[in-house]
Write a protein that binds this ligand. Sequence first.
Ligand SMILES: Cc1cc2nc3c(=O)[nH]c(=O)nc-3n(C[C@H](O)[C@H](O)[C@H](O)COP(=O)(O)OP(=O)(O)OC[C@H]3O[C@@H](n4cnc5c(N)ncnc54)[C@H](O)[C@@H]3O)c2cc1C
Ligand code: SF4
Ligand code: SF4
Length: 497
Amino acid sequence: MTDRDGPLPGVPAFGDRDGDVDEDEGRCGAGCTCGAEGGGGDRPVAADGSGGAVNVRDGSLGPITFTPPAEGASQDVEEGDPTERVGPPKGVDLDTPGYGIRREMNDIETPDDKTWFMELDAAVIDADRCIQCGTCVAACPSDSIAVGDDGLPELVKMCTGCSLCWDFCPRGGLRYERQWKITGGEDNVTGAGDPITEFSAKVTEEWRENAQDGGVVTSVLCHLLDAGEIDGALVATESDEEPWKAESFLATTPEELVESAGSFYNQTMALGDLDLDRWAHKLPDVPVEELSLAVVGTPCEIEGIRALRDFDWEYGSQEAGVRAIEYTIALMCTKNFNYYRLIGEQLAEKRGILPEEIGKLDVLDGEMRVYGRDGEKLLAEDVRNFHGAALKGCDECADFTGYCSDITVGSVGSSDEYSSVIVRTEKGLKAWELTAPDLDYHDLEDRSAIGGLQSWDKKKAFKSLKRPFDPDAPRFIEYAEFAEQYGTPLNPHESDH
Ligand SMILES: Cc1cc2nc3c(=O)[nH]c(=O)nc-3n(C[C@H](O)[C@H](O)[C@H](O)COP(=O)(O)OP(=O)(O)OC[C@H]3O[C@@H](n4cnc5c(N)ncnc54)[C@H](O)[C@@H]3O)c2cc1C
Ligand code: SF4
Ligand code: SF4
């Protein structure tokens, strides 16, 4: 994000652009935002439950021990179109998704129990593993989940135990690496995924000074809007009340898109903002089924929306919004922060840098850098000192390059003022072709830099996950299985019901 009152140079958000992994320091080099935990080393990962993905050793996948997915069920992506939406089994009543559906999805014989919001709460939110993607809010068919004052999901109505918030949570029941494969096919698991094509690109217009890197994300959205491909895009904008806090926002004009350019370092619970009634005043007066939107988000948010769209049941008031998403753009991401811990505790309270003094915030070359409103450097400090402000759930994320997106954009791999662009799908290609004539672009400068950081990110995740990382296992993880691996209480809902 740049200070709208004082243009700042378009420097990259996170990390150095060559994506080097600094093994000596036990963390990735300039691209590292993980802090003190150690990232790039080869510490063996225990298979005895003492931490780390149980099928990973020395940072690499070992033999897969999970049950293979059921043939002919929704898990089977070997045949047919992997992007085809998976319908519910015949004869299942969609109004109240129940175990019939879940059994078909997972090939599970006898589920032990319903999974309630309380399970999600105990295993993810209370456990400080929530990555604030908002998928649970979008998934809830009874609109029982909202966003609390602390920016986390909270129950606002009775939970019906339908299990969907658990199933679709990328830190709960959604086996995100399985979603990569279902969305993008066999090759969308290794390397940086299976791109159609890649570029280093930047816009040449003056407004790029507001953008984080090359302004490609904003330009793509403007072109999609201009071509009538979308009616709006869910992006991030700065809160009116709390400086430097990002909120999700449906931009419906090029001016709004340009105003929202730049990167913010907090999650926005974006998928919880897909209730189109909220945005009706900005959208064309057409039946909601005819609306088409794009979403820009961190890779975990794109995993969530792609999973939600694969199933046909009703997602309460977010239903129309979920169905309207036609284009997904992922921002490369190794780590995001909790707004209050970063801007409040770490910068304001501990270092005396008030939010209103900040003109630009950046994580670069392994340092947290804070600039004043005139561009002067206020702070450059080892980013590991800010580890306490990062979202703990990010440690378990292996999706630096946004495998589930139509287009991925980041800074690593391209020189200053350019964005690295990975085009992954036909839709992504269409969006790129609309935009390219107005861009200064060439072949991606350094593909290995992106691959290097992706590889580091996976190693980091393998060390943090306490469940197997298995792209071939069923898409949904049963709560009982998770509880065993993570040591969370088996029936937390019983104390609340
Ligand atoms: C938390 C975070 C971590 C990142 N980490 C890396 C990294 O490690 N390596 C790397 O190469 N790149 C990283 N990026 C991506 C990089 O900072 C730029 O966003 C990317 O290069 C696109 O630049 P651009 O100039 O093309 O985008 P712009 O034209 O500036 O547009 C950016 C778009 O993203 C939206 N946006 C900004 N912040 C958020 C947010 N928090 N959630 C949802 N939407 C948002 C804006 O509203 C805007 O629409 C990260 C981005 C974020 C938000
Ligand atoms: S990680 Fe996402 S889906 Fe899971 S609890 Fe947090 S906001 Fe909900
Ligand atoms: S590191 Fe992963 S989990 Fe964390 S915000 Fe980025 S994409 Fe989401």
